[in-house]
Design a binder for this molecule. Structure first.
Ligand SMILES: Nc1nc(=O)c2c([nH]1)NC[C@@H]1CN(c3ccc(C(=O)N[C@@H](CCC(=O)O)C(=O)O)cc3)C=[N+]21
Length: 289
C-alpha cells in the first residue's frame, strides 16, 4: 500500500485563485486588502517565510506592507510599529513574524495587536472567541490542515484524531477547531508526557504530527489507511527539511501530507484567507444599507 498524497501545494493554488476572485470583488467596491508583516532581526529562515507571504499577496492582488526592525530593537520599538500597523487603514491584516528576539515579551506584543487585524488568528481575544464559538480569524495551520483534509474528502466527522505536540500555533489550538459541531472529531492531545504514544497513535484515523521531532512517527505507530499530516519542520546538517513523519509511513497510511509541499503552503493560503475575510468584514461594517 502506498498512501495517497494530501497535496498542499496544489490545494493552496486552488484556494489562492478563489481568493483572487474575492479580492477582485472587494476592489470593485473600492476596498484594497493589505497584508502587513513585522520582521525583527535577520534570521534567514524568517526572512524567507516573510518573502514567501508577500509573493503570495502579489499573486492574489493583496497589497504588501513590509516593516523590518534590527535584532537589537527594544520592546518599545516593536510596540511602536504594532501601534502604527493598528492605525494604518491600508493594512487590513498583519502578522508579527515569530519568534521574536530573546528578551522581547512576545505575549505583550501580540496582545497589543488589533484583534480585527490579526491575520494569524493567534491573538488572545481571537483564541478566546474560538473557545466561545464566536466568529474570529482562525489559526492558519490548524485551519489549513482541516481544509486540506476536506478537499481530499478525508472523513473528519466522528474520526479519532491524535495530535502530537502542544505548541500554541498547532497542537493546543487544532483541537478547538476539530471538536466544533461542524467537524465533530474526537481529539487526543499527545505530548512528551504521554505514557504510551504508540498506543494513542494506533487508535487514530487521523494523525497530526506537530512535535518538531524528526521522524518521530514510525510505520508501526500508524493504523493502516489512516491520514497522516506532517507538520514538523526540522532541518538536517545540509539544511534540508526533515519532518516528524518517517518516509516509510507512506507504506501504511492511506493519506500522507508531504513535507515540504503539504501543510506549509496551506498555512500561507489560510493567512491570505484571513486577510481577505477581515477586509470583507470591515467593508460590510462600513457599508450603508
Ligand atoms: N507570526 C507567525 N505566523 C506564522 O505562520 C509563522 C511564524 N510566525 N513563524 C514561523 C512559522 C513557520 N511557518 C511556515 C509557513 C509556511 C511554510 C511553507 O510554505 N513551507 C514550504 C517550504 C519552504 C522551504 O522549502 O523552506 C512547504 O512546506 O512546502 C513553512 C513554514 C509559518 N510560521
Amino acid at each position: 500500500m502506498t498512501a495517497q498524497i494530501l497535496d498542499g501545494k496544489a490545494t493552496a493554488a486552488a484556494i489562492k485563485s478563489e481568493l483572487a476572485a474575492r479580492v477582485e470583488a472587494l476592489k470593485a467596491r473600492g476596498v484594497q486588502p493589505g497584508l502587513g508583516t513585522l520582521l525583527v532581526g535577520d534570521d534567514v529562515g524568517s526572512q524567507k517565510y516573510v518573502a514567501g507571504k508577500h509573493r503570495d499577496c502579489a499573486q492574489v492582488g493583496i497589497a504588501s506592507i513590509q516593516r523590518e526592525l534590527p535584532g537589537t530593537a527594544s520592546q518599545e520599538d516593536i510596540e511602536a510599529v504594532v501601534r502604527e500597523l493598528n492605525d494604518d487603514p491600508a493594512c487590513t491584516g498583519y502578522i508579527v513574524q515569530l519568534p521574536l528576539p530573546r528578551g522581547v515579551d512576545t505575549n505583550r506584543v501580540l496582545e497589543l495587536m488589533d484583534p480585527a487585524k490579526d491575520a494569524d488568528g493567534l491573538h488572545p481575544t481571537n483564541l478566546g472567541r474560538l473557545v466561545l464559538n464566536e466568529p474570529a480569524p482562525l489559526p492558519c495551520t490548524p485551519n489549513g490542515i482541516i481544509e486540506l483534509l476536506r478537499r481530499h474528502n478525508v472523513e473528519i466527522n466522528g474520526a479519532n484524531v491524535a495530535v502530537v505536540g502542544r505548541g500554541i500555533t498547532v497542537g493546543r489550538s487544532i483541537g478547538l477547531l476539530l471538536t466544533r459541531r461542524t467537524e465533530n472529531a474526537t481529539v487526543t492531545l499527545c505530548h512528551t508526557g504521554t505514557r504510551d504514544l504508540g498506543a494513542r497513535l494506533r487508535e487514530a484515523d487521523i494523525v497530526v504530527a506537530a512535535a518538531g521531532s524528526p521522524h518521530l512517527i514510525l510505520p508501526e505507530h500508524v493504523k493502516p489507511g489512516a491520514a497522516v499530516l506532517d507538520v514538523g519542520v526540522s532541518r538536517d546538517a545540509t539544511g534540508k527539511i526533515v519532518g516528524d513523519v518517517h518516509p516509510d509511513v507512506a507504506e501504511v497510511a492511506g493519506w500522507l501530507s508531504p513535507n515540504p509541499g503539504g501543510v506549509g503552503p496551506m498555512t500561507r493560503a489560510m493567512l491570505l484567507a484571513n486577510v481577505v475575510q477581515a477586509a470583507e468584514r470591515a467593508a460590510e461594517a462600513g457599508s450603508v444599507g
